[in-house]
Every structure is written in C-alpha cells, then in structure tokens.
Design a protein around this ligand. Structure first.
Ligand code: GRF
Length: 219
C-alpha cells in the first residue's frame, strides 16, 4: 500500500543564473554522461557543480573528472542501504558548498531521507527504471520481465520520504519484446533514460514547477 501526503514541490526560477546540479550516483554513470552531453550541446541550460559517489571506483566519478567537473567520493559509513549520520552531513555540506540548486540522483543506491531531504526539500529528483508506481525498488527491469508485462519504461520523479513514491515528472514507455533477457530489456530501458532525464531536467530549468497533492482516493 502506497500512502502518505503528497507534498507540493517548487523549483525556484533562477532568472539569468543557470540551474546548478549536484549529481549523486553509485555506478557506471551513463545517465550522468547523457546529462553532461546535453549541457555541452546546449539542449540543457544548466551546469554540474559537483558529482558525488558513495563508491570510490564508480565510473561516474571517472566520467566527471574526464570532463573537468568536481567529483568526490564520500564514504557512506556502516549501513548498507542508507548513509550514516556523519556521511549524510558530509553529503549535505559538500552540496551546499558547491551551491547546488537541484540534486539529481543518477543510480544512487542508497535511500535518502530525513535531514538530507530537509536540506534539499523539494529539490531532489531521481530516475527509476520502470513505469512507477509499478515495480519500485531494486532491479525493476527484472521485476517487469518476471511479471510478464508487455510494456515497461522509466520514470523521472521528485524524491520524497518513500522509496520511489514521489510525484512523477515524466515517463517513457519501453516495449518488452519476445525473447528479451534481463540484459536486453535493461539496455533498452537505459537507452530511454538517457533521453528522458536530460529532457526532463531541461523542462525544469524553465520553472517554476509545482506538483499538486493528489486527492485521497475515495474523496
Ligand atoms: C539507471 O538505470 C537508473 O534507472 C537507476 O540506476 C541506473 C544508473 O545507471 N536508478 P547509470 O549509473 O546512470 O549508468
């Protein structure tokens, strides 16, 4: 059961100032590369102020450094699925120091809650490899294949206190083809992500944005 208040999120209009992104990821960084490419070719008017990973050897950090973008590994602490309090404070401090307007999660494998979301309230977006609210959580492409759906896709959404529950900004459908494997379906979804994420961020630069609360079912 997915419940909870739907908050209104507003991204401030930045006037002449470019929207400054802080990108968080744990993996190879294909979404980050697509975002950086969109900035370079002028289709996304933004700048990446900082890239942070909780994984020292993440490809994401390497991609950032190759592009001359500040990139930091910050040790996540002892927990497996979230940041410990000291790490959370370090992430918040680094993003503030880099004067980030919007936090962009691109394959960040830890759940962000509490203080982090308070520090960047209504300013954290994520991409998830399914058509939410179907298949939240890990390996969403595998969940979709195992379930037998014929269409899946990807979703860009605001991040709230839940897991993959925040208000939806954009979605793109991807067909599940006869003979698909976990790998082939994942690749097709990731191709869709690489266009959807930069396009959605470009729309956000045109702010202001607001997600209105959904009415409670039955009212
Ligand atoms: C993407 O598939 C995204 O949907 C999920 O994590 C993956 C990150 O891939 N949240 P990459 O590191 O951007 O290549």
């Amino acid at each position: 059961m997915r419940s909870g208040t739907r908050h209104a999120f507003i991204v401030r209009v930045h006037g002449e100032k470019k929207l400054r992104l802080g990108v968080l990821g744990s993996g190879k960084g294909s979404n980050f590369v697509a975002i950086a490419q969109a900035i370079q070719d002028g289709s996304l008017e933004a700048e990446v102020g900082l890239v942070i990973s909780d994984v020292a050897e993440a490809g994401l950090l390497q991609h950032a450094r190759e592009r001359g973008i500040p990139a930091r590994f910050i040790a996540p602490g002892a927990f497996r699925t979230k940041l410990d309090p000291a790490a959370e404070a370090a992430f918040i401090g680094a993003l503030h120091e880099a004067q980030v307007d919007l936090v962009v999660l691109a394959g960040f494998m830890r759940i962000l809650k509490g203080d982090f979301l308070k520090a960047f309230e209504g300013r954290v977006v994520n991409i998830h490899p399914s058509l939410l609210p179907s298949f939240p959580g890990l390996e969403a492409w595998k969940q979709a294949l195992n379930y037998g759906v014929k269409v899946t896709g990807c979703t860009v959404h605001w991040v709230d206190q839940g897991v993959d529950t925040g208000p939806i900004l954009a979605q793109r459908a991807v067909p599940v083809l006869e003979g698909d494997t976990v790998t082939s379906l994942h690749q097709r979804i990731q191709e869709a992500e690489r266009t959807l994420y930069p396009e959605t961020l470009a729309r956000l630069t045109q702010g202001p944005w607001m997600a209105k609360a959904r009415p409670t079912p039955g009212t």
